[in-house]
Design a binder for this molecule. Sequence first.
Ligand code: HEC
Length: 333
Amino acid sequence: MIPCRPLLALFALLSMSCGALAQAVDPVVRGGQVYRDLCAMCHAADPNRDRPAAAARRQDGVLTALETTGAMRFLRSTLSAADISAVQAWLDFVVLPAGAVRPETGIWWNPAEPGRGFALEYGQGFMTFSAYFYADDGRPDWATAAFRYDGSVAWGEAPLNQFRDGQALLAPWREALLAPSPGAVSIRFDSPTRATITWPGGSVPVERVLLEAGTTARPPAPGYPEPGLWWNPAETGRGYVLDVQGTSVMLLGYLYDDDGRALWFNTIASMPTRFRFEADWYRFADGQTLRGAFRPVRRVEPPVGRVVIDFDTPRSGVLTLPGGRRVPIVRYF
Ligand code: HEC
């Protein structure tokens, strides 16, 4: 039995009970660990993007690959039979079937309604969704959702979750509490870069944001950080979304203000090297609400402060908050 991972809870797997979540995930947790510890030495962290995907949903797929590929044969004797079948179970769980729509990880938006945005990521069998918009009084607000996604239908639905009273930017950690749900969200994926979100605000056609000129989002430059959800596992309840295209980066922070209300900051900057991101974090105001018609946003001056991330690897780094406090962050998936 694993404890409920708090950010996963943040991403609203609260729709299942903690017990059901543990049951859904338990058989594959060990396999995920083995994969990260061993397989990822030679293969991509995300097996969807590399050869291990070939072993998913095939009888003894992992075992056969280890026995027949010279470079991996040593693992046949290093790993126990239980570990090998755990890796098999994990691959079966996380690798989407051929032909499934695999939405791109990153920030999405409706270009006709700038100022509001959506972060999407597929990880470990789940689709996570977060939306950033504005409350009726014009302050920034956000909501999250997550649903099981196996690609068999290019569609999913989950309750939206909102949180309050979590950690403010410069405050010590405190546990975020669940706020009343504003409704449900369903997402239909038309392609890896196009989808339709249907939520209490109606239906919104969305596509992947482009951070650099072109017609499709570029992959991160070699060695640059992975786009997706990031967090500090010791400070659950707040998180960060990075979109990385070429050498351009968008950094969103999801947190709370000093009164415990949801808050987000955003910035876009280019990263001259893969080791360091540095920019001014901004707060925005008065934009489109969850249910309302489009209205333009206002950028609040001056910026909230300088934010810096020093990356050790594409999946880990240290974020320096305005004021100098350093927070270790890692990829969530
Ligand atoms: C020491 C490096 C190394 C490690 C560790 C490793 N692999 Fe591989 N793997 C390879 C190489 C090399 C190939 C062959 C690549 C090619 O043919 O292009 C490969 C290929 C594969 C394939 C495709 C086999 C086929 O027949 O198409 C699968 C599946 C696979 N690995 C799964 C795994 C799994 C699961 C683990 C962890 C238990 C793992 N690998 C660990 C190096 C490694």
